[in-house]
Design a protein. Structure first.
Length: 78
């Protein structure tokens, strides 16, 4: 079945200088979990060249229902 209405999210995360390594680790852990969710089609996180404190997160859900199921999860509220 082809995804007719996938939902994409692009987010920028800026870490405090003293938390860059911790934020990188949390985003990697988060990615491993999210990729296993039903309805997840893609998840990528990039650290911006020349800006070690800035990360760009890209996520695609199969449809609106998958997106709505994912967003209220407790780990996305912290």
């Amino acid at each position: 079945m082809t995804d007719i209405n996938p939902k994409a999210v692009i987010a920028e995360v800026t870490a405090l200088p003293e938390t860059v390594e911790k934020v990188r680790g949390l985003l990697c852990d988060y990615g491993r979990i999210v990729r296993q969710e039903p309805g997840n089609r893609a998840f990528a996180c990039h650290q911006v060249d020349g800006r070690p404190d800035k990360f760009v997160v890209y996520e695609v859900c199969a449809d609106q229902a998958a997106s709505e199921t994912h967003l209220p999860h407790p780990r996305t509220l912290n």
